[in-house]
Design a protein around this ligand. Structure first.
Ligand SMILES: [Zn+2]
Length: 105
């Protein structure tokens, strides 16, 4: 895959994730504290789901930053472990992948 294509895919992925994180933050902000204990425990479960989703999104953002930092190097499409070129199919599925499919497994 060429540098430009991968770079714009990463940029797009990053923007989508930032929107997702902002939406989660907004969901937290909009939440009203319920007085009913039952509802509170349901809300706590929902909170946990949101926290996990946000953590996941932030982990992915970090990985995208790493991949974006690599984009100007000659290794931008190389596996960080074995040095082989990462396949187009894999980069299309996971633009921020820094390992080839074999090393990732
Ligand atoms: Zn590899």
């Amino acid at each position: 895959m060429d540098r430009k294509t991968l770079g714009s895919m990463l940029q797009k992925e990053k923007e989508e994730l930032e929107v997702r994180v902002a939406k989660i933050d907004r969901d937290f902000g909009n939440r009203k504290i319920s007085k009913q204990f039952d509802e509170q425990s349901v809300e706590r479960e929902n909170d946990q789901v949101l926290v996990n989703l946000e953590l996941e999104a932030k982990e992915e953002l970090k990985a995208i930053e790493v991949a974006l930092a690599r984009i100007d190097s000659e290794y931008f499409d190389r596996c960080a472990s074995c040095g082989e070129t990462i396949s187009d199919a894999r980069l299309e599925a996971v633009p921020h992948a820094t390992l080839c499919i074999d090393c990732a497994q």
